[in-house]
Design a binder for this molecule. Structure first.
Ligand code: CP
Length: 322
């Protein structure tokens, strides 16, 4: 199961963002995740590559997919997994992120998975703690495991990324998923397009070196993969769109707009979805075009691969520093 030797796949010992990953690291993780797709489809589903390792999930923001799949991933690999309940923790008494994390670090975890509302939170912890840190989403900055699971899903359907046209549509300005996908897909040779109203594009969107469209109908022409994003209302200060009804009319993916993409184009969404706002249920639930449930399945496999990759870099027998 562990592939060729036990060489580290993730050179830094952390996973903080796709911007920092090499093509070799990305391919290494996708290849390893394929083993875990196979394992997860067996009745047993378990291995012991993380036996003796302690994994802590520390989520300061809500999550269904990411937190549960990291928990399952750790358990299927044989780790001891602890989900920190931030709401009932001493964070509610004013304890800071750093104090919370250093307190947990004193319990000698091997891997800390963190989601936080501030960009740079995971990177900060990676400098202050002596365990591996995985960024499960930091503000509007990065969500690397989402981009990796998206890449795994795309590769399983299209074989490679070279020349593939991928449109990322919706609230790009507030989306860490968009940023992680832009970095990863561009590195792998895909042509990335951003489709959004001007108000939902980052002010400096041009710096990503991707094509930008403010007309969804034009932007979808010739696209292989349509990746939809939700309006991140919790990150907005003020109104960025006149109304959700008007937003759906111009930027919601329905059958009519999807027909403008390449024949056989596939639809993705990281979830959670706002049906009738950025995507029509008829498209989201169409198993011939929608990869949304497969993305969730790939999420467990990719997170197993990330944990395995990080564990390969841990000292044998766990940490033994005084
Ligand atoms: N895609 C994603 O990060 O979903 P959750 O917020 O449910 O983890």
């Amino acid at each position: 199961m562990r592939g060729a030797a036990h060489s580290p796949i993730l050179k830094t010992g952390h996973l903080l963002g796709t911007q920092l990953l090499s093509v070799e690291e990305i391919v290494g993780l996708l290849d390893l995740a394929e083993d875990y797709v196979t394992l997860n489809r067996t009745a047993e589903k378990k291995t012991s590559v993380l036996k003796g390792c302690t994994l802590i999930n520390l989520f300061f923001e809500a999550s269904t997919r990411t937190q549960s799949s990291f928990e399952l991933a750790g358990k299927r690999l044989g780790a001891d997994v602890m989900n920190m309940s931030v709401k009932s923790s001493s964070v509610s008494k004013g304890e800071t992120l750093l104090d919370t994390a250093t307190t947990l670090n004193a319990m000698r975890p091997d891997i800390l998975v963190v989601r936080h509302q501030d960009s740079g939170a995971a990177e900060l912890l990676s400098r202050k703690l002596d365990c591996s840190v995985v960024n499960a989403g930091d503000g509007a900055h990065e969500h690397p495991t989402q981009a990796l699971l998206d890449a795994l899903t795309i590769r399983r359907h299209r074989g490679s990324f070279e020349g593939l046209v991928v449109a990322i549509c919706g609230d790009i300005a507030h989306s860490r998923v968009a940023r992680s996908n832009i970095h990863l897909l561009s590195k792998m040779g895909a042509r990335v397009r951003l489709i959004a109203p001007r108000t939902l594009l980052p002010a400096d969107a041009e710096r990503f070196g991707v094509e930008i469209f403010t007309d969804m109908r034009k932007g979808l022409e010739g696209v292989d993969i349509v990746m939809m994003l939700r309006l991140q209302l919790e990150r907005m200060t003020g109104a960025f769109v006149p109304s959700t009804r008007e937003y759906f009319r111009f930027f919601g993916l329905d059958r009519e707009k999807l027909a403008l993409a390449k024949p056989g184009a596939l639809v993705m969404h990281p979830g959670p979805m706002n049906r009738g706002v950025e995507i029509d249920s008829v498209v989201a639930d169409d198993i011939d075009v929608s990869l949304i449930h497969e993305q969730v399945e790939m999420g467990v496999a990719i997170r197993m691969a990330v944990l395995d990759a990080l564990a390969r870099g841990l000292p044998r027998g766990g940490r033994n520093t005084p």
